[in-house]
Design a binder for this molecule. Structure first.
Ligand code: SF4
Ligand code: F3S
Length: 113
């Protein structure tokens, strides 16, 4: 089992989650993060750190495992991130939005740290 980053992270990318992970398994995209399910030890420490509730246990995934697939795929492509960076200026604007994946998800890598 693993934890997964879901839709609320997109365009918010607050990064409060990255520094608490004991195994450093967050990976950075241009406008969101993912967890590497093969590295996550299912400790749950990151879940309460996210101010927008973007991190959930795998059991809370959508039918078909949509977010597990996204986390697995992009953890292989994006750089590791262990240090909190500066969130986007307009993060607040996107906090209450739903369905951001279809409209805003960027496949481009972030800078990592
Ligand atoms: Fe890291 Fe634990 Fe969160 Fe998994 S559940 S990403 S190991 S902090
Ligand atoms: Fe995203 Fe929440 Fe972490 S917005 S970067 S999952 S603190």
């Amino acid at each position: 089992m693993t934890y997964i980053v879901m839709d609320p992270c997109i365009k918010c990318k607050l990064m409060d989650c990255v520094e608490v992970c004991p195994v450093d398994c967050f990976y950075e995209g241009e406008n969101s993060l993912v967890i590497n399910p093969d590295e996550c030890i299912d400790c749950g420490v990151c879940e309460p750190e996210c101010p927008v509730d973007a991190i959930k246990p795998q059991a809370d995934d959508e039918p078909g495992g949509k977010w597990l697939k996204i986390n697995t795929e992009y953890a292989k492509l994006w750089p590791n991130i262990t240090v909190k960076g500066t969130p986007p200026n307009d993060a607040k604007v996107f906090e209450q939005e739903a369905g951001k994946f279809e409209r805003f998800f960027s496949t481009k890598p972030g800078r990592g740290s």
